[in-house]
Ligand binder design. Structure first.
Ligand SMILES: Nc1ncnc2c1ncn2[C@@H]1O[C@H](COP(=O)(O)OP(=O)(O)OP(=O)(O)O)[C@@H](O)[C@H]1O
Ligand SMILES: [Mg+2]
Length: 269
């Protein structure tokens, strides 16, 4: 079965897009087929792997007019990873869709209508924008689970988390009863500093087992890989962050097995 995972956090710059790309890299390394779907009008995920030039087929049109998503798929240049790029018009629909009935289900309905597309992938990773609006709600409504990346050293990032979790719970109550939180991912962590250690310890005390065990270090290798349009798992295979993303990938896979065995929905209560 294809797993759909949304990367969500109200705070900007906290690692949603970077996690999406690098987790895809770790999944692809294991031979899993991954579709990256960029729902952020900033187009950062698309730009991280493609030289994006919006053509006539646009994701915003697929959501609004129901045109085919399959026509939008582009090779990423990376083995086992394809991309549906975002387009700047998504910003317009974020603003204008407020009153449309059923607006939160547009992405889910499109994906459900395109079983043949989904059947070609083990994972669809949805990169959400940094606000809890129409596009993020669509991601959460379409997803089986979500990953909430944040920089634990950054207070505003920590403060945004409660709001983000409240949104996840709201969607789980209203329209996606089986939505799970896979975990809160601590990223850009300054390892072996008292600030980094204290911030991670605080997050584990506060959020317990909801925090993923692997943490992603703050690392130049991650940025170099981004600059070269590659996941760090490929660009610098033996680096510490590459190992961390592989550990994250294993954690996601084992959660998936547990959820399949128990059939449980686990949105933090
Ligand atoms: N582990 C890391 N080590 C070093 N730099 C990182 C790491 N993770 C992310 N960054 C840097 O932080 C920047 C912001 O990350 P990213 O774009 O993934 O955040 P985002 O949550 O997607 O932001 P937005 O909400 O604006 O879409 C990246 O451009 C990258 O340079
Ligand atoms: Mg982003």
């Amino acid at each position: 079965m294809t797993r759909i995972i949304a990367f969500v956090q109200r705070k900007g710059g906290c690692g949603k897009t970077t996690t999406c790309l690098n987790l895809a890299g770790a999944m692809a390394e294991l031979g899993r087929k991954v579709l990256l779907l960029d729902l952020d009008p900033q187009c950062s995920l698309s730009a991280s792997v493609l030289d994006v030039r919006p053509g006539e087929h646009l994701l915003s049109a697929a959501l609004i007019n129901g045109t085919s998503l399959a026509d939008l798929v582009r090779p990423s240049g990376l083995a086992n990873i394809n991309v549906i790029p975002a387009d700047p018009d998504l910003a317009r629909i974020e603003l204008n869709m407020g009153l449309m009935p059923g607006r939160e289900r547009l992405l889910r309905d499109r994906l459900r209508a395109e079983r043949a597309l989904l059947d070609g992938y083990d994972y669809v990773l949805l990169d959400a924008p940094p606000l809890l609006g129409f596009l993020t709600t669509n991601c959460l409504t379409a997803a089986h689970s979500c990953i909430l990346p944040l920089n634990p050293q950054d207070r505003s990032s920590r403060d945004a988390l409660s709001e983000t979790i409240a949104s996840v719970r709201h969607v789980a109550e209203e329209s996606n009863y089986n939505l799970r939180i896979d975990g809160i991912l601590l990223g850009q962590v300054k390892l072996r500093t008292s600030l980094g250690n204290a911030a991670c310890a605080y997050m584990r005390r506060t959020w317990g087992s909801l925090v993923f065990e692997p943490v992603i270090p703050d690392s130049i290798a991650v940025q170099e890989a981004l600059n070269n349009r590659q996941p760090v798992t490929l660009y610098n295979k033996r680096s510490t962050p590459a190992a961390a993303y592989r550990a994250l990938c294993q954690a996601v896979i084992s959660q998936e097995r547990n959820a399949a065995e128990t059939g449980s929905a686990d949105v933090a209560s």
